[in-house]
Design a protein around this ligand. Structure first.
Ligand code: DX5
Ligand code: ZN
Length: 216
């Protein structure tokens, strides 16, 4: 299981140390939650901070855009150093064009889905995507409770991908920790995001390896 810790849950007063420490703890990707205060009721950061984070580490950056009109920012985020770029299916009517622009710029394209959005809403895009980001909390804040009612949607996406032998990975995001990662893995996830589950642990290395080594 690949693990992408979200810097939203790090100590902002020691950002550089936190990033170096989490990367050294053996992560697979670094997850960057971009929030605009419109698509979600919280604001985080934009491409300038992504660019700064990119100078601190060579780990691949996985930016999750929780913003309206993501079509206005695709190139800026990739030029800032984003390797994996996801945007919300609910936030735009230009999904095909955005996927194409992400690929043209050389990044991996992901489509994110809120807990309430059915898989059917995005299935026509799966063959074009590098990954599907399935939310298991309503986006906006870290440290929320994992919504187990989303598990059937993860299973459905996994079945769809397997039946057609597609390359789309499944990333699951929201409330993930050592007590529920097995369920997520069993449902078909390839990657998990973890905010509080990693950054609020005493031992980052241990928390990450526990998530990576889930047994299923
Ligand atoms: C939620 C974000 C998540 C989240 C992860 O809006 O997209 O990436 O902050 O944090 P935890 O794992 O604490 O839910
Ligand atoms: Zn996220």
């Amino acid at each position: 299981m690949r693990v992408a810790p979200s810097v939203i849950a790090a100590d902002f007063t020691h950002y550089q140390e936190e990033i170096v420490k989490i990367v050294d703890a053996g992560i697979d990707l670094l997850h960057l939650d971009v929030m605009d205060g419109v698509f979600v009721p919280n604001i985080t950061f934009g491409p300038m901070i992504v660019e700064a984070i990119n100078t601190l580490t060579s780990i691949e950056l996985d930016a999750h855009l929780m913003i309206v009109r993501p079509e206005n920012y695709v190139e800026q985020f990739i030029d800032a150093g984003t390797d994996w770029l996801s945007f919300h299916a609910e936030a735009t009517d230009q999904t095909d064009a955005i996927i194409e622009r992400i690929h043209t710029r050389g990044a991996k394209a992901g489509l994110a889905l809120n807990p309430g959005t059915p898989f059917n809403f995005v299935q026509k895009y799966i063959e074009k995507l590098d990954y599907l980001l399935i939310m298991t909390v309503n986006p906006g804040f870290y440290g929320q409770k994992f919504m187990s009612e989303v598990l059937p949607k993860i299973k459905k996406a996994r079945e769809f991908i397997e039946l057609r032998s597609l390359n789309c990975l499944i990333e699951v995001d929201g409330g993930i920790n050592v007590s529920n990662v097995e369920l997520v893995k069993e449902a078909g996830a390839d990657m998990v995001v973890a905010g509080a589950g990693v950054f609020k642990a005493d031992d980052y290395r241990k928390a990450i390896s526990q998530l990576q080594c889930s047994t299923h």
